[in-house]
Structure formats: C-alpha cells, structure tokens
Ligand binder design. Structure first.
Ligand code: NDP
Ligand code: ZN
Length: 364
C-alpha cells in the first residue's frame, strides 16, 4: 500500500478516498471495495491504518447474527495506525504519532454517561466504528478498519505509546478493553478465585489481566486444544466443559466469572459455580437466535449477572497504557488481507491461537 501523501488533502473539505475489503452480502466473501470517508473536521485526525485485529464481533455483525446490516460493509474495530493529518483544533496528536481506534467513533458528549466518560453507554447518539448511521456526518454508514485509513475525532482515538509492540497492540482496542473493564469494575484482587469462560481472543486477554492482578483463574472452553496455553499463561485450572468429569466439584466455588462465549450455551452452568454474592459478567454476544437464558430463581445466594460493553475512551486509554507498561499483549497471527475469508472460517471453527491481525500494508 502506498503511504498516503499529506498533500493529497490540502483542503479539509475534501472527502478521503479509501480502499478496503467489504462484505457485499451477509453470507458472501469479503472482497476489495473502494469508497470515501467524510472530510477531516477541525477536531479530526486522518490515520493511515497499519494493523487491524479480527474480532468475532466482525463476523457476528457482518453475517447478520444480531440484526440486519447495510452492505457493502467494511468491518474492523481493532485499528492502529499512524496519524498523517490533523484538523486545525487537534491537540492530542501530531503527524507521525501512533493512534488507535476501537469500537466507537462518536457519541453525543453531553448525556450523563458521556460526561462520566462512559461513552459506550451514550443515551443520545453513539456511533459505532462500522455499520452505524453516522448522524454527525449526514447519516452515512460508518465503515471500519479493514481499510487503509480512518478519519476520526481525536476524542475517539487513543494514544499508542511509541514503545508499544505495534504488531500486537491493535486488539487491545476491543479484546483488551472489553475484558479489562469488567475485571477492574468487579474489583478482582490477589487470591480471588475466578473463572474465564471462552478462551479465545477476549478470553486470553482476560486471563492475562486477571493473572496480573493475582487472581486464581480457572479457564473454561469446549476443547482440549488450548489447555497447555492457558496453563502457560498462568491459569491454575483448565476445564473442558464438554467433559462432565472435569465439571465435578466446581459449584459454589468462584467469586467472579467472565463469559466471553460467542455461541449458544447455558449460563446457568456458570451461575451455579458462583459463591454467595458472586458475579457472572457477560461480554460474549451469541447470535440473537442463541441468546443465553437465565433462570432468575436460581440466582438465589445474591448472585449477580451483568453485561458489559467495551469501555469508555478514558478506560480504553488506560487499558492500552496498562497493557504496554506490563507487557500484556494478545498472541497474534499476522495475515495479509487476502487471507481474510480463510481467517474468518478459522475463527468460527476455533482454529486461531488467539487473534488474527491484518497487516494493512498488504492492501494494494
Ligand atoms: P473467539 O472466537 O476468539 O473466542 C471465543 C472462544 O469461546 C473460543 O475459544 C471458543 O472455542 C470458545 N467457546 C465457544 N463456545 C463455547 C462454550 N459453549 N463454552 C466455552 N467456550 C466456548 O471470539 P472473541 O473472543 O473475539 O469474541 C467473543 C465474544 O465476545 C463474541 O461473541 C463477540 O461478539 C463478543 N464481544 C463482545 C464485546 C462487548 O463489548 N461486549 C466486545 C467484543 C467482542 P473454540 O475456539 O474451540 O471455538
Ligand atoms: Zn471486537
């Protein structure tokens, strides 16, 4: 990919030509797509994309698992790149800095949650990075990071430290913050016995954060394939949930469980493992037809179940800073964009250890 010349965009009123890979239908392949992004506003930065992580949400949303989408759709919300132009009022970034973009590109900025820096819960106009009507730019469809550039308000970009491992940092923008946030909100501390259900892109980040806090972590997954890796990352126990023998004796033993499971499952399996006042935090988002079902009367013992959505911009910056400082990164497989369809299949089939990251230089 040729590096975009800054001089191409001398006037901020010009739309930005962009190359990417898009889905044209819910069940088709991702294929090359050329489009334009909105002009660079005075608070916006233009980023040349270097890497973009492949999140299971890309697949759920692209395949209409949650709700019908508009096509062509460019997904991707684990984006890292280099700032190549800044709007007149930008203060946080300079040309040449590394910047990251996650799952949101705008919000109302004035509701109680925006003011509390929890923009992910904005009441009045959150715009997700792709597949959303961008009400701040004429209602156009937001398009994501499987592409060579991004234009975003600096508030919705995080500073990527210059010493970050740039090939691995992109997944922190979603897999990182989505697991860091509930673990921190739950107040996990040294010695706590907790569980991580689903040991994929999100799950292996959750394990690393929990281990860094000193928790004793049991990992739950459906195969044996990642057992050694979980133990090597610091889990004290690994349970293959399809083996009834391994589930014995676990009820009423854990104070917190984070579910990152992306497909149909019975959440009561995990509720029953919680101690009194224990919490099941859910971030995994199965397809609408597979939505997990709770039996409320079985929550006796003051067990709590809550759902968490990514994290606010302040918390996303905190996640990146904490992770880089403590050397917490995803295990990544770098792929060229031309392998994206095979990569999606592998994610669905459970064959990725643990996150694909697209090298956007491959996008010619
Ligand atoms: P991955 O596919 O990388 O990981 C999912 C893991 O769960 C895999 O290891 C998979 O096993 C395992 N798994 C599947 N079914 C079960 C089961 N019944 N019990 C235990 N483990 C199971 O997905 P991601 O980590 O990228 O995403 C996970 C989910 O989180 C997705 O639904 C995604 O949409 C959602 N998400 C939610 C966010 C939020 O803000 N709430 C943000 C980002 C993602 P195997 O590999 O063998 O198939
Ligand atoms: Zn994601």
């Amino acid at each position: 990919m040729a590096v975009l010349s800054i001089n191409c965009f001398a006037q901020t009123s010009e739309r930005i030509p962009t190359k990417g890979y898009a889905l044209y239908t819910a069940d088709g392949d991702l294929k090359p797509y050329e489009f334009t992004r909105h002009e660079i506003g005075e608070n916006d930065i233009l980023i040349e994309t270097l890497y973009c992580g492949v999140c299971h949400s890309d697949i759920h949303q692209g395949r209409n698992d949650w709700s019908p989408q508009t096509y062509p759709l460019v997904v991707g919300h684990e984006i890292v790149g280099k700032v190549i132009k800044t709007g007149a009022k930008v203060t946080k970034f300079q040309v040449g800095d590394y910047a990251g973009v996650g799952c949101m590109v705008n919000s109302c900025r004035h509701c109680e949650y925006c003011e509390a820096e929890e923009e992910q819960y904005c009441l009045d106009g959150r715009v997700l990075t792709y597949g959303n009507k961008d009400i701040y730019h004429g209602g156009e469809l937001s398009q994501g990071g499987y592409s060579n550039n991004m234009v975003v308000d600096e508030h919705f970009a995080v500073i990527i430290p210059q010493n970050a491992d740039i090939e691995k940092v992109a997944p922190l923008m979603c897999a990182g913050v989505t697991t860091y946030s509930p673990i921190m909100h739950a107040g996990i501390k040294r010695g706590d016995k907790i569980g991580i259900a689903g040991f994929g892109g999100l799950g292996h980040m959750a394990l690393q954060y929990a281990v860094a806090l000193g928790a004793k972590v049991t990992v739950f997954d459906i195969t044996d394939e990642k057992r050694d890796e979980a133990l090597a990352m610091g889990a004290i126990n690994y349970v293959k949930v399809r083996n009834q023998e391994e589930l014995k004796g676990l009820n009423n033993t854990l104070c917190f469980i984070l579910s990152t499971i992306p497909s149909a499952y019975d959440p009561m399996l995990y509720v029953n493992m919680l101690k009194v006042d224990g919490e099941l935090a859910v971030v995994g988002l199965p397809a609408a037809k597979d939505a997990p079902k709770l039996t409320v009367t079985a929550l006796g013992g003051r067990r709590k179940v809550w759902f968490s959505v990514i994290g606010g911009m302040k918390e996303t910056q905190e996640t990146v800073d904490y992770s880089v400082k403590n050397g917490i990164y995803p295990k990544v497989e770098i792929i060229p964009i031309q392998q994206i369809n095979e990569a999606w299949k592998n994610v669905v089939d459970g064959k990725v250890h643990f996150r694909y990251v697209i090298d956007m230089q491959s996008l010619k």
